[in-house]
Ligand binder design. Structure first.
Ligand code: UDP
Ligand code: MG
Length: 327
């Protein structure tokens, strides 16, 4: 493991912050981010060229104007804007791909103040000791509702059981070096589930624990439906094991049916007539349900293939608060 602690020059850090309709929290959390960045600069842990890069994800409110104002007030703030709302994961990708050539190391963080900025120092320290990826893991979920906690736990278990590799209680608060991003740029998929994909890139990694707070203002954009969508995307973009389970189920059911056929034939030959309408109906309904579910799962994969084959751009940057080539 290479130790960077002796390097004379401090690394350039880009903090990537996706924002979607966040006019209420932006003024509050921008102070927090800047404060932390300045502390790290003073401690000589990062270069003064470090930046907080906001990614406006096609917000319908005043978010982009606030970002532009911030960038005029302090050179440490910069911003890019997506041409329309593409979702959290694509906004992160846009920021990461934009930043990878401009800096040595990135940290992605939500803009609502839920992830404590204090963990950044520990992340940078881990990077200096040679880690290329540092995962922020919340050490308690006391601020989440029981329902959110329970569903999240089920989700991590399920993903890992079917062959994905997701770190428990890690969301999208993480440090990645530009070296990792360079490699990650070759992962061309449009079905993005970053927390499942980054472990696939490999390299030396570490976990840093932090406290997760309540949202400072505004409200969450992840409704139950969106959360379910992300979970489903996560599972189907990381593993094809659900398809395998369906095939195995098919084999098992066929085998049982085959035994059933023999049993029925013997019964018919002996002249026993069967009066089992209720049991027949139950079995028919059940099988019908299972079949539709299986077709749905297969359809989900075909849908993913369809989207991947189009090779459409995963993000489109419409505006920047700076001149990318002149930076
Ligand atoms: N976000 C985004 N695009 C979206 C939805 C959300 O860029 O379409 C951003 C949002 O501004 C925030 C982060 O993603 O910085 C996480 O969203 P949120 O806090 O609503 O999710 P939660 O923390 O409740 O899971
Ligand atoms: Mg949040």
């Amino acid at each position: 493991m290479k130790n960077r602690a002796d390097n004379k020059t401090e690394p350039v850090l880009y903090v990537i912050v996706p924002c979607y309709n966040e006019e209420q929290v932006l003024p509050v959390t921008s102070e927090m981010f800047l404060g932390e960045l300045q502390q790290l600069i003073e401690k000589k842990k990062i270069s003064d060229q470090s930046r907080i890069m906001y990614v406006n994800d096609g917000s319908g409110d005043n978010t982009w104007n606030i970002i532009k104002e911030l960038s005029k007030k302090d050179a440490h703030f910069i911003g890019i804007s997506q041409s329309r709302n593409r979702g959290h994961q694509n906004a992160l990708l846009a920021g990461l791909m934009e930043a990878k050539d401009l800096c040595d190391v990135t940290i992605t963080i939500d803009c609502d103040g839920q992830d404590s900025v204090e963990a950044m120092e520990e992340m940078i320290d881990a990077w200096r000791e040679g880690c290329e990826v540092v995962y922020g893991v919340r050490n308690a979920r006391s601020t989440d509702s029981f329902f959110k906690r329970a569903t999240a736990q089920c989700f991590y278990r399920l993903v890992n059981a079917i062959g994905g590799n997701v770190i428990y209680n890690h969301a999208d608060y993480r440090l990645m070096s530009s070296r990792v991003l360079e490699e990650f740029a070759n992962f061309g998929e449009v079905n993005l589930f970053l927390r499942g994909l980054i472990p696939l890139v490999g390299f030396e990694s570490r976990i840093v624990y932090y406290e997760r707070h309540e949202r400072l203002a505004g409200r969450s954009h992840y409704s139950f439906g969106k959360m379910l969508g992300l979970a489903f995307d996560g599972i189907t973009s990381l593993s094809i094991r659900p398809m395998r389970i369906i095939s195995l189920m098919g084999v098992l059911i066929s085998f049982v049916s085959f035994l059933g056929v023999i049993w029925i034939l013997i019964g018919a030959l002996r002249g026993n007539t069967i009066a089992g309408w209720a049991s027949m109906t139950i079995i028919l309904c059940m099988l019908g349900g299972i079949q539709i579910l299986c077709i749905g799962v297969i359809g989900e994969y075909i849908g993913k293939i369809y989207l991947e084959t189009k090779h459409r751009p995963r993000y489109i940057i419409s505006e920047r608060t700076y001149d990318k080539n002149g930076q």
